[in-house]
Design a protein around this ligand. Structure first.
Ligand code: AMP
Length: 283
């Protein structure tokens, strides 16, 4: 595997390749990331991965400095997966001048849910992803459904800018107890790690209640959300949101849409101690 930090060197190595398959990451790789590498291999060749912890998408009080950086272990994992190039730029490589041109996603997608609790997050994500696409010029790029809203925003960005890249979604990989794999799981204490699968359990309970709504309309969608938030809070979590939304555009779902069979998704973010976890479940 070639490890490249310089944009020009990357371009030199990829010259003539028009089927490259790209997986952007922030490193500290786990099975979730590696599943995306395998998916990427099915859709193109060569597979290019990137590792870059993008300061622009972290808020001032977030974990940019403490975000786990495990480059050596990551390199070994990517080599085992047969990745052809690891693009691992430094901040100076990717942002040699201050990045003044940025991609601002539409408010109705970028300022809700994650965007409400992490202002500017999706602007940072879209800007770095567009720039990485420009560096790698892949034919396909793979993103995890674990970051459901991010996947949707990037798909729409690619479409609206007519980027010549197909966005492929990868399923969420979980630990045996149901907790979605995440680099941030490493922040959890032993007790918190034991509690963490509750997030997925609550989502499953919400799904059950929503499906029951199809028969009796006594409880509204917003009541179900409130009960779920209270249940997490009662166990010591600090939930940011549990939201039942339409899969198509993440707009709030109504009982009527549910009756009409509109595909829905439940999204959540909640803090356990100092660790903020996100997850989602499609209905
Ligand atoms: P990150 O390193 O957190 O920026 O994630 C890089 C990519 O891996 C993103 O497309 C994520 O959605 C995806 N990803 C993160 N966790 C998982 C998981 N548990 N299963 C599948 N994909 C994941």
């Amino acid at each position: 595997m070639k490890i490249i930090s310089d944009i020009q060197e990357l371009r030199d190595h990829l010259r003539g390749q028009n089927r490259a398959s790209f997986v952007p990451t922030m490193g500290n790789l786990h099975e979730g990331h590696l599943s995306l590498m395998r998916l990427a291999r099915q859709h193109g060749d060569p597979v290019v991965a990137s590792i870059f912890v993008n300061r622009m998408q972290f808020g001032p009080n977030e974990d940019f400095d403490s975000y786990p950086r495990t480059m050596q272990a990551d390199i070994e994992k990517l080599e085992k997966e047969g990745v052809y190039i690891l693009f691992a730029p430094t901040e100076r490589d990717l942002y040699p001048q201050p990045q003044e041109y940025r991609v601002d996603p539409p408010q109705q997608l970028g300022d809700i849910l994650e965007g409400e609790f992490r202002p500017g997050f999706f602007k940072g994500v879209c800007t770095v992803v567009l720039k990485l696409f420009s560096c790698v010029q892949p034919k396909v790029a793979v993103f995890g459904k674990k970051d459901y809203q991010q996947l949707m925003i990037i798909r729409r960005m690619a479409k609206q800018f007519a980027l010549p890249v197909e966005i492929i979604p990868g399923e969420t990989i979980r630990a045996e107890d149901g907790l979605a794999l995440s680099s941030r799981n490493g922040y959890l204490s032993t007790e918190e790690r034991a509690e963490a699968p509750e997030l997925q359990k609550v989502l499953k309970e919400v799904r059950e209640r929503v499906l029951q709504l199809k028969d009796r309309t006594s409880q509204s969608i917003s009541e179900i959300e409130k009960v779920a938030v209270a249940s997490l809070a009662g166990r010591g979590w600090q939930p940011d949101y549990i939201a039942i939304r339409q899969q198509s555009d993440l707009a709030p779902a109504s009982n009527e849409q549910l009756q009409a069979g509109e595909p829905l998704v439940i999204l959540t973010a909640a803090k356990l101690g100092k660790t903020r976890l996100i997850d989602n479940l499609e209905i």
